[in-house]
Design a protein around this ligand. Structure first.
Ligand code: NAD
Length: 284
């Protein structure tokens, strides 16, 4: 039987409506709208699209937003100086620095210069540390999005074996921590793993985040497993593909996310939710 499809667009739409309601409730209590500052350095076409979508999402739910489009010649010191001004600006509860940055700018130093309370990407060492210590504050967006999708299945997660494919700082590592937090037994495999396919084949939950189009085939998947595809790989024809060979895995999995229309729209909502949370934390 074909897997049930986790429609990220539809779930994201409902979550956005809930956020818009909470913004209205804040306004009724005399509170300002949450504010997001987006910083884009250089002219990467993909980043420009992401920034446009994130700004549109903000407007849709009633947030204040502004963006700084900075030349790729900006120095690291100038960028950090701007971030520090925004750290001190109460209009903005969240600061998002769109990655990738030009080679001469150290993304770690830039990430760490954002005040932890305004790190709505959830990747500042403070927010990562809180997740490690099982006291999450602002949670990394993509893994938070995946957890929403897993909750949506209604499958009781505690005790299940979950395998994360990919171990990056932004996605794979926080993903493993989120799954541990809900009581899964977690395996992480990565480019150096000798038996990635065998590990995945025992798993009730598979989250793939490698950026290797079509890596995961039906022979990797335990029948009935929940398969979440984080990968987004642009193709020469302008389309995007995920890590998972959807057409074959859909006949074996219990649940599956499409690409596009799965994790991507949910990650954008996680950014909105984090910005609202940052506004609420700032008030308290
Ligand atoms: P990354 O390149 O930083 O990390 C990739 C990880 O995959 C590494 O840990 C690497 O060891 C592992 N890997 C590579 N080849 C592998 C293989 N053959 N077998 C097992 N593991 C392998 O990438 P990232 O930033 O974590 O992003 C991963 C993918 O997720 C990309 O396609 C990116 O565009 C996408 N992404 C999507 C969203 C979303 O919202 N949907 C958000 C962030 C990233």
């Amino acid at each position: 039987m074909a897997a049930k499809i986790l429609d990220g667009n539809a779930i994201a739409r409902r979550l956005r409506q809930g956020i818009a309601e909470r913004v209205k409730e804040r306004a009724a209590r005399g509170l300002p709208p949450p504010g997001l500052a987006v910083l884009l350095v250089g002219d990467d076409p993909g980043s420009q699209i992401y920034v446009r979508l994130k700004r549109k999402d903000c407007r849709e739910v009633g947030f204040a937003e502004d963006a700084w489009h900075l030349p790729s010649s900006i120095t690291e010191a100038e960028l950090i100086d701007l971030i520090q001004q925004l750290n001190a600006d109460a209009t903005f509860n969240g600061i998002l620095v769109q990655l990738p940055l030009p080679e001469h700018i150290d993304p770690v130093r830039v990430t760490e210069s954002v005040a932890a309370g305004k790190d709505v990407d959830g990747v500042h060492p403070y927010n990562m540390g809180r997740l490690v210590l099982r006291e999450p504050a602002i949670r990394p967006c993509t893994s938070k999005a995946v957890m929403w999708l897993l909750e949506h299945t209604g499958v009781p997660l505690r005790g299940l074996h979950a395998t994360v494919i990919g171990a990056s700082n932004h996605v794979g590592r926080p993903m493993g921590l989120e799954l541990l937090l809900v009581g899964c037994t977690v395996t992480t495999v990565h480019r150096f793993s000798h038996h990635a396919r065998e590990d995945v084949a025992h798993s009730d939950i598979v989250v793939s985040a490698t950026g290797k189009a079509g890596l995961v085939g039906a022979d990797w998947i335990k029948p009935g497993a929940v398969v979440i595809d984080v990968g987004i790989v642009a193709q020469a024809d302008g389309k995007v593909r995920g890590d998972v060979r959807f057409d074959e895995v859909v006949d074996r999995a219990g649940w599956i996310t499409p690409v596009p229309g799965g994790v991507g729209p949910m990650t954008r909502v996680a950014l909105l939710d984090n910005t609202l949370r940052a506004a609420e934390l700032a008030k308290s």
